[in-house]
Write a protein that binds this ligand. Structure first.
Ligand code: FRU
Length: 477
């Protein structure tokens, strides 16, 4: 169903219980429901929000439009986890129900202060002329999950940005709290603004400057900026919408990118000596990645496995979007690695030698080795003709190719159906997670990652090896 503006912004209370029951039943009919990735019972999920540690648990929220597969009036759904593998969804906690967030409780971050979790987010407001007013606002969550909105603007829209000014991320640098906010300047270029908490009070923010990160100034908007410290290096992860492909080529409608700095000069608002821009994920779906430094020292992140302004085959089942696995970040030899948290092994229920097979339930993990000087080609979610998700690990050329063109229902074809990246010409490993309609592929311990969605048909359940000899294990999850 195509949503009208009226439907997208209709008050939550004005949707009938019958309608919600109807779409919930429809969603449950989908053959592509995930087993171990977070998705919604109905409606659209987008960005991960407020990823943090609070009250002895990991806390994570997501952007939610409950009434169908559309981007409308957004709220925050709360989830919690002890192990970062199993998440419990407790329900919607921030509704777009005040004059400061009337048209959407947009993305943001979280940080514990005292015995409360401070949620820092963008209130999206449209006035009677449908002019957008982005307010950086806050709420406190107590240990029982009760929310108290602060009901005041913490950061006003500055004079030098358009109405695209959102997604505050709070972070702690050497005991001082800072925040970055993504935006668009009056020349319609994407920028990131740095703020400092006055006397470390999260309700008072002093503007420092626009962050200097050797911005190439080709993007028109920076969505969801995050600064996280990985092995003591600052890593800036963000979504430069409209980035010129001459700066860095990418095929997805919008990219999720990062730069690593030598250090962060907070006085000068400068990411010192940043690397060139790099792609966070080489796959088809990965956006709005949110990272934070956990109290146990880990740098953790999670991504939205869908993209803005797209249609997905699940739309007809009245839902869209899921979150990635939680990924731990590390830097080795100047390279950013992303790999699933250690406890992910708790999902395993059995271990077998990897081999071709005609049937799986499309819920499994593979831990594979690819010998050097061979072109290895295998097909997951393969039907009896060997059509499915093709993965080529060519250790002769030093190339990984992921091809979804023959995997079930077609979608997003205009953005290409094949993704690839270069690797060293040497023995290579891959850890691959398959979850009915999700794949996450971690090459060489997370040196390169490919994430995406596929919507296989009922016959696409096998594993075929077309060339080469990948060896390793198949884990039922
Ligand atoms: C990114 C984004 C954010 C915004 C949110 C609204 O996907 O557009 O910039 O806060 O989604 O749902």
């Amino acid at each position: 169903m195509a949503f009208t503006t009226e439907q997208r912004y209709r008050a939550y209370a004005d949707w009938s219980a019958e309608y919600i029951e109807k779409i919930k039943k429809n969603t449950a009919l989908s053959p592509w429901r995930t087993h171990f990735h977070i998705e919604t019972p109905h409606g659209l999920l987008n960005d991960p929000n407020g990823f943090s540690y609070f009250n002895g648990k990991f806390t994570l929220f997501y952007q939610y439009f409950p009434f169908g597969a559309a981007h409308g009036l957004k709220s925050w759904v709360h989830t919690e986890s002890k192990d970062l593998v199993h998440f419990k969804q407790t329900g919607t906690v921030i509704y777009p129900d005040t004059p400061l967030d009337s048209h959407g409780a947009y993305s943001g971050s979280a940080m514990q202060f005292g015995d409360k979790l401070f949620l820092f987010y963008t209130g999206n407001v449209r006035d009677e002329n449908w002019v957008r007013h982005p307010y950086q606002i806050g709420a406190l969550m107590d240990q029982k999950g009760n929310i108290e909105k602060l009901n005041k603007i913490l950061i006003e829209q500055p004079d030098d940005v358009t109405d695209h000014f959102r997604d505050p991320q709070i972070f702690n640098y050497q005991g001082q709290y800072y925040a970055i906010v993504g935006g668009q300047n009056l020349n319609k270029k994407g920028i990131i603004k740095l703020y400092k908490a006055h006397n470390n009070d999260y309700q008072q923010w002093d503007y420092v400057n626009d962050l200097d990160f050797a911005n190439d100034n080709t993007a028109y908007m920076m969505e969801c900026p995050n600064l996280v410290f990985v092995d003591s290096k600052p890593v800036l992860i963000y979504c430069p919408q409209g980035l010129d492909k001459s700066v860095l080529d990418y095929q997805n409608i919008y990219p999720n990118m990062f730069k690593i700095g030598d250090n962060l000069d907070v006085e000068q608002a400068k990411l010192v000596n940043p690397t060139p821009l790099q792609q966070l994920d080489y796959g088809f779906e990965c956006y709005a990645t949110q990272a934070f430094n956990a109290p146990d020292g880990r740098a953790l992140c999670i991504s939205w496995l869908a993209l803005p302004d797209m249609e997905y085959p699940t739309d007809k089942y009245d839902y869209q979007g899921c979150l990635s696995l939680v990924k731990q970040l590390a830097i080795q030899n100047g390279k950013l690695y992303q790999y699933p948290v250690e406890d992910i092994v708790n999902l395993r229920t059995s271990k077998e030698i990897f081999a071709e097979r005609q049937h799986t339930n499309n819920i499994y993990e593979l831990a594979l080795n690819f010998a050097p000087n061979i072109r290895h080609e295998m097909v997951l979610m393969a039907d009896k003709n060997g059509n499915g998700l093709t993965i080529i690990v060519d250790t002769t050329k030093g190339e990984i190719i992921v091809d979804r063109s023959n995997c079930g229902e077609k979608f997003a074809e205009k953005f290409g159906t094949v993704r690839s990246c270069q690797i060293e010409k040497q023995a290579t490993t891959a850890r691959i997670f398959i979850d009915r309609s999700v794949f996450e592929i971690f090459i060489n311990g997370g040196e390169k990652v490919f994430s995406g969605r596929v919507f296989p048909n009922a016959e696409q359940t096998g594993i075929a090896i077309k060339q080469g000899n990948p060896t390793g294990y198949f884990y039922q999850l």
